[in-house]
Design a protein around this ligand. Structure first.
Ligand SMILES: [Zn+2]
Length: 248
């Protein structure tokens, strides 16, 4: 038997392998190739490193392509039958992601069962005072005019973020993207830019809205007006941080 030159695995094959949707012989051969090919191994590992990313982005992208690509293949029928089983599973993964962002903030520890396990968006606020000193802002941490605040977030499975504030005078300001009309793409880590607090004193609410698609500033403002302590934004995960601004 002459071994043929191993061809690189197609991304479809890698996707199917990841979904355990290849026939046993094909799965064995694909795994053998991955073991012996650094390029395909890298592609495989990238997929495995973040299953959430896979299910959220790669699967929806790949599914139609796989179905189209495989049409002329002899084992199409069998594969289609597998996909009929897999597609509901994939849809369920989508539902899990949606459920994750739809879960209201009624409890301290929402029962997240998304593709990333217990991972939920987080929102941390760090303040820098002109007189010196940096500190983490927690609920009711006194802030003062001219403090500069910045934000560190983990969006979990969300893609977009809006950070805004509603101050004691009822003024709604979008901090990220600064002055924006809708939320912007976000990555884990420090949000670009910092905000110098103005002279308005009294209670102020910082709100972070994580979502899969952009939401408008008006939507967030309306949600805060309707329910200042537990605003709800459709398809979004809302975190509130009530703070107190004291005079200088
Ligand atoms: Zn290869």
């Amino acid at each position: 038997m002459t071994p043929s030159t191993p061809k690189h695995l197609s991304s479809e094959t890698i996707d199917l392998l990841s979904l355990a949707a290849l026939e046993p012989a094909q799965a064995r051969s694909a795994r053998a190739h991955i073991d012996s090919c650094s390029q395909c191994q890298a592609e495989w590992q990238t997929l495995q490193e973040d299953k959430a990313r896979f299910e959220q982005f790669v699967l929806p992208r790949t599914l139609p392509k796989i179905e189209a690509t495989l049409a002329p293949v002899p084992w199409t029928t069998q594969l289609t039958q597998k996909w009929k089983l897999l597609i509901p599973a994939a849809s369920l993964a989508g539902v899990a992601v949606l459920a994750l962002v739809l879960t209201p903030q009624a409890t301290d520890t929402p029962a997240y069962v998304g593709v990333k396990g217990p991972s939920v968006p987080t929102f941390d606020v760090v303040a820098q005072r002109p007189s010196g000193g940096q500190f983490t802002v927690t609920v009711r941490t006194p802030l003062k005019p001219k403090d500069r605040i910045r934000f560190v977030v983990d969006p979990a499975t969300a893609n977009y973020l809006m950070i805004a504030s509603q101050d004691a005078a009822g003024v709604f300001t979008v901090f990220y993207p600064y002055g924006g009309q809708q939320s912007a793409a976000v990555r884990r880590g420090e949000v670009p830019g910092s905000i110098e607090l103005d002279a308005t004193v009294g209670p102020e609410t910082l709100v972070a809205v994580f979502s899969l698609a952009p939401v408008t500033a008006q939507t967030v403002k309306n949600a805060l007006t309707a329910n200042p302590t537990a605003p709800r934004v459709e398809n979004a995960h809302v975190l509130l941080l009530p703070v107190m601004k004291e005079s200088l």
